[in-house]
Each structure stands twice: as structure tokens, then as C-alpha cells.
Design a protein around this ligand. Structure first.
Ligand code: PMP
Length: 403
């Protein structure tokens, strides 16, 4: 009970009625897990160490130097010379919302390719901010031809077209060649999601005429979740900096963020929000690792390990969900759920007995697939062999007819 005087509660005297929770008096427990799902993936010691360094102020000159390095690292990873390149303080969804909120004004038309959960999400984000949303639809695993895209662009005349390059809910890597040119023919900007594919499958922002590209920190980049690289072409900047209305979000407003990242040409960077300093340290280290390895090596390494995994899965008698090898996402492999098994039981068994995380489907692919992700640091044949052995064991132990 609080002791009070006529002046109110005594300073320094106990006035709390909620005691310290017992859980807070116990140490943090986070077990080691093999994160072989679609993300986050395991973080290598070098990146953990970078994130564990003493923090500095988010507005210190050294921090601006680190942010400038991150910008260069993203320009390399995206293969872009866009000045408007930065990392969002937040997960991949923050970048999705940033792109849509800044580019689109209420009432404008947006076209979204939906072939899994990511198109669904972007359509909902655009709808919530008052856009007129049109969709192109395929069931999970499907993809769109350039002719289909062109037809929809001609019909709906959107200001923005969304496509997921690495559709992680279905395991599909979507062709992007030519799509940017078609969009520009119809005066539309191309927004591409590479959260699950960056560093694992070839993508060249400038050469492929992508206007807005974003990714996440926690997949092939192997940083902890919580930061999200994004880049805007000149064409995209022209649209977003000549709007009639302010974007619906203050936090994600690119006029502020471009100043925070030193991209607006102004001599002074002003306080906008406190960036995740440790997250930026870790992201810088992950971009450094990618730069040291080289993008092309990273792409071919992911393909080689994925092909080893795919062969092993087929040898176990399993069916890969994406039939065409060229359309399989090397970072996230989808397996058709084998007949006679409960997919939840398989996943629980593998987690319990092998400390390995695989996952089921997501959104429209739930109940259709199992997903195995081997990305960045996790991407090697030893891990693929471990994943295969765990799955083989689970297939022996969990057969339904046994019960
Ligand atoms: N897009 C794709 C393709 C993804 O795989 C994910 C994460 N699974 C996201 C967007 C969303 O990223 P986040 O969970 O970091 O918000």
C-alpha cells in the first residue's frame, strides 16, 4: 500500500502494488536451435560480436560513418547506384509499408501480384492506406508471364506494381527480367520484395529496372531480425517527393528518413527517431561478409547447396513443390507434404529430437508444404545433410498408419 502525505506519494518510498515478476528474477534462457526454416537464420559469431559492441549515440559522427558504410553495402548487395538507399529501423514489413506509404497516395491504383502470402500482405497494406487495389492471382507455386503482367498494367493503370522475387511461402523465385521495362511503358513503378532471396538468387536492381527494392536482415544476410535495407530509383524519388498529401506514417516518411540517412543533400542531419544502433552494427558486419564473399559466389553457393538438398529430398521419395528447377528459390525449399503424415507432427518431432526448425506453409500454402531454409551462414552441405537425416528419421517415426 502506498504511503502518502497530503503532498502525495513520498519520494523514495515504496508505492508499487505490483511485485517484481518471478520470471524476471530468473536468468534469460534461449536455447540453441538450428534455424533451418525460412528465417531468421542462425547468426554467425562475427555478426553477434558486432551487435554486442558498446553502443554509440545514433547521431554521433561515427554512427553516420557506419550508416554511410551500410548504404554502400546495400548498393553493392542490390547492385544499384541509387542515392536513396538506406536501412529501415524495423523488420521486412517496415520496408513494405515504407515503400507503399511513400509512393502511393490515397485513391491511386496499385497492382499486386499475389501468388502466396507476400502479395496478400502488400494488397492489405495498400488497401489500408486508401489505395485502389487490383490483383493478379495465382495459387501458391504459380508465377506470372510478362504478357499477363502487361495486360493487367494496361487495364488498371496502376502507379505501382508489386512482385515478390523470393516468394518464401511457396518457395518460388519469380522471373524479373523485362518487368521493369513493361512497368515503365505504362508509367508505373516496380516494387520488388527480396527479403527471402537477396544474396541467394541473382537480382540486379539497376539492370533490371526495379524502382523500389527491399530486403530483410535475418535471412541470407544472417543479421538478427530488426533492420531492413531499401532503395528507391530516381523515378521513385520523383513520385514520392512530389506528392500532394503527406504519407500516412510519420515514422516511415521518406522526407525525414532521407535526411536521417544523409541522402537529401542537406548539410545537417536532424533527429527523427532513434535508430537501432546495435542492429546497424550487425547489419554492417553482415553486408561486409557478403562483400568479402562476393555476390556471384554467394548466388552460386546457395544454388549448389540447394541442388544437393533437392537431390537428397528426392532420394527420400519426397516431392518438391516447385517442379521447375529454374523457378525454385535456392534459399527456401518447399516440399509437398508427404501422404500419410501429419505435417505438424513431423515438425514437432524434428524440433524435439534434432533441435532443428523447419516450418510448414504460410498463409495460402499452409497444409501444402514443408519449408527448409538454408541461408547464408547456414547454407552448406553439412547442414543440408543434417536436415536430410532429421527428416529421414521423422519420416520413419511419424508414419500415420503406425498409430
Ligand atoms: N517478404 C518475404 C518474402 C519474407 O519471406 C518475409 C519474412 N518471412 C517478409 C517479407 C517479412 O519480413 P519480416 O518478417 O522481417 O517483417
Amino acid at each position: 500500500i502506498a504511503r502518502s502525505t497530503k503532498h502525495g506519494v513520498h519520494r523514495g518510498m515504496s508505492s508499487v502494488t505490483i511485485p517484481p515478476p518471478a520470471c524476471m528474477l530468473r536468468p534469460l534462457e534461449a536455447p540453441f536451435r538450428y534455424l533451418f526454416g525460412p528465417g531468421p537464420s542462425n547468426v554467425p559469431p562475427r555478426i553477434l560480436a558486432a551487435g554486442g559492441r558498446p553502443i554509440i549515440g545514433h547521431m554521433h559522427s561515427e554512427m553516420f560513418g557506419i550508416m554511410n558504410d551500410i548504404k554502400k553495402g546495400i548498393q553493392y548487395a542490390f547492385q544499384t547506384s541509387n542515392n536513396m538507399t538506406l536501412a529501415m529501423s524495423g523488420s521486412g514489413h517496415t520496408a513494405m509499408e515504407c515503400a507503399v506509404f511513400n509512393i502511393v497516395e490515397p485513391g491511386e491504383s496499385v497492382l499486386v501480384a499475389i501468388n502466396g502470402i507476400w502479395g496478400e500482405r502488400v494488397a492489405e497494406i495498400a488497401e489500408r492506406m486508401g489505395a485502389k487495389v487490383h490483383t493478379l492471382f495465382k495459387t501458391p507455386g504459380g508465377h506470372f508471364t510478362n504478357a499477363e503482367i502487361e495486360q493487367a498494367l494496361a487495364k488498371h493503370k496502376p502507379v505501382l506494381f508489386f512482385l515478390a522475387h523470393g516468394e518464401s511461402s511457396s518457395g518460388l523465385v519469380h522471373p524479373v527480367d523485362g518487368v521493369g521495362d513493361i512497368c515503365h511503358k505504362y508509367n508505373c513503378l516496380l516494387l520488388v520484395d527480396s527479403v527471402a532471396s537477396l544474396g541467394a538468387a541473382p537480382l540486379l536492381m539497376d539492370q533490371q529496372n526495379i524502382d523500389i527494392l527491399y530486403t530483410g536482415s535475418q535471412k541470407a544476410l544472417n543479421a538478427p531480425p530488426g533492420t531492413a535495407p531499401i532503395s528507391f530509383s530516381e523515378r521513385a524519388c520523383h513520385k514520392m517527393f512530389n506528392r500532394k498529401t503527406k504519407p500516412v506514417s510519420y515514422l516511415l516518411d521518406m522526407t525525414h528518413l532521407s535526411n536521417y540517412w544523409g541522402n537529401d543533400g542537406k548539410p545537417e542531419r536532424k533527429y527523427h527517431h532513434t535508430g537501432p544502433v546495435s542492429g546497424f552494427f550487425a547489419l554492417r558486419e553482415s553486408l561486409a561478409i557478403l562483400a568479402e564473399m562476393g555476390l556471384e559466389n554467394s548466388w552460386s553457393h546457395h544454388t549448389e547447396v540447394a541442388e544437393y538438398l533437392w537431390k537428397g529430398l528426392e532420394d527420400l521419395g519426397l516431392k518438391l513443390f516447385i517442379k521447375d528447377k529454374d523457378l525454385r528459390l535456392p534459399s527456401v525449399t518447399t516440399i509437398a507434404i508427404p501422404e500419410g503424415y501429419d505435417w505438424k507432427e513431423l515438425l514437432a518431432y524434428i524440433m524435439k529430437h534434432h533441435q532443428i526448425e523447419f516450418t510448414g506453409g504460410l498463409g495460402p500454402s499452409v497444409g501444402m508444404v514443408l519449408r527448409i531454409g538454408l541461408m547464408g551462414y547456414n547454407c552448406n552441405k553439412a547442414n543440408a545433410a543434417m536436415a536430410l537425416a532429421a527428416l529421414e528419421d521423422a519420416l520413419k517415426q511419424c508414419r500415420k498408419s503406425k498409430a
